[in-house]
Design a protein around this ligand. Structure first.
Ligand code: NAP
Length: 337
């Protein structure tokens, strides 16, 4: 089989390699990958910024879709020929994760989906929604599930509530789409007016350019009658967290997801306690979260927003595209046509 492997950190080291065709062991399935998608985590992983002690070589990309071509001994929940998604955290089926489960993530430390074939746990796959193309389906396991958990599972979003989504990357555009599906009002931010226009087309009621308007938190307050939003999908991290706290309503929630502008900073505890805020960390989700997302996506015929699809031979360019920040929604690598 063909894989992209990373023998040393740095995008310049990402290379195509041949490995022996794998055979599924007991409880495993072999998936012929059709498409894989990028998350910001994958870029951090390749650069060595996610975990500099991550064992190498590594096959990158946590998210993908493919066809089951072989099953190992004892496998009954999956059939040959099924089109399946790999669950981000292979060993986290439902309920609360343990620290051991947290170590079963694809694309590091487990080999990921940027390969012609991938061995997955039979318990760690979910049928892909049938109305989606391979490129669209490949976007669901990390970004889609993260948005789902932030809004629905941990977030308890209700129709009529207001959600703030930051930027127009994979998680945020999923959050915009899912929040609209749930009947919520969405305020979106971006560094680009052109992207904000696209966010409005997807249903954002109000938009703010966080680059030209650094006081975007005050703008959010003014758009919510001075009260603040019910829920923030916080992907900015250290550079946005303080403002996110200030523009959340009393009793509101801040889903702490991303670290795009840094991981460490001072935290002012006053808004958290005065506004009775709930700050909820999100670590993607379990297989059952992915199943719940797939059910919602199937029922609503929701279509994930794919920015661009790169051929397998040009996978390094897909990482560069993500690093440029030019994308809107998801970036996909087509593995087999
Ligand atoms: N905890 C979890 O479970 C989890 C799961 C998935 C992702 N994440 C994290 O969430 C973040 C987003 O991931 P992703 O895959 O969606 O990334 P992505 O697709 O690469 O999105 C990046 C976009 O975020 C926006 N952005 C960048 N800096 C910003 C800032 N300071 N303030 C507001 N927006 C900013 C930009 O949008 P514009 O171009 O519109 O400005 C940029 O294009 C990453 O830090 C990732 O590691 C965490």
């Amino acid at each position: 089989m063909k894989v992209y492997e990373l023998p040393a950190f740095g995008l310049e080291n990402l290379r195509i390699a041949e490995r022996p065709d794998p055979e599924p062991g007991p409880g495993q399935v072999l998936v012929a990958v059709r498409a894989a998608s990028l998350n910001y985590r994958d870029l951090m992983m390749v650069r060595g910024h996610y975990d500099p002690r991550m064992p190498l070589p590594l096959v990158p990309l946590s998210d993908g879709v493919g066809e089951v071509v072989a099953v190992g001994e004892g496998v009954e929940r999956v059939e040959i020929g099924q089109r399946v998604l790999g669950a981000f955290t292979q060993g986290w089926i439902a309920g609360q994760a343990t620290k051991a489960m947290r170590k079963t993530t694809l694309g590091g430390p487990l080999d990921g989906m940027l390969a012609s074939h991938c061995l997955l746990s039979a318990e760690g796959v979910v049928p892909a929604p049938s109305h989606l193309s391979d490129a669209q389906a490949a976007t669901l396991p990390c970004a889609g599930v993260t948005a789902w958990v932030a809004l629905m599972d941990d977030g308890g979003l209700a129709p009529g509530q207001t959600v703030l989504v930051q930027g127009t990357g994979g998680v945020s555009i999923f959050a915009l789409q899912l929040a609209r599906l749930a009947g919520a009002r969405v305020i979106a931010t971006s560094s680009s007016d052109e992207k904000l226009a696209r966010a409005r087309e997807l249903g954002a009621a109000a938009t703010i350019n966080y680059r030209s308007n650094e006081a975007w938190d005050k703008e959010v307050l003014s758009l919510t009658g001075g009260e603040g939003v019910d829920l923030v999908v916080e992907v900015g991290g250290a550079g946005t967290f303080a403002k996110a706290l200030r523009c959340t309503r009393v009793g509101g929630r801040v889903a702490t997801i991303g670290v795009l502008s840094g991981v460490k900073g001072e935290v002012d505890l006053i808004p958290i306690l005065m506004s009775r805020l709930r700050v909820q960390g999100v670590f993607v989700g379990s297989r059952s979260h992915l199943e719940a997302l797939c059910a919602a996506v199937s029922e609503a015929k929701l279509e994930p927003v794919v920015d661009r699809v790169f051929p397998f031979a040009e996978a390094p360019a897909a990482f560069e595209h993500m690093a440029s920040g030019a994308h809107f929604g998801k970036i996909v690598v087509e593995v087999s046509a």
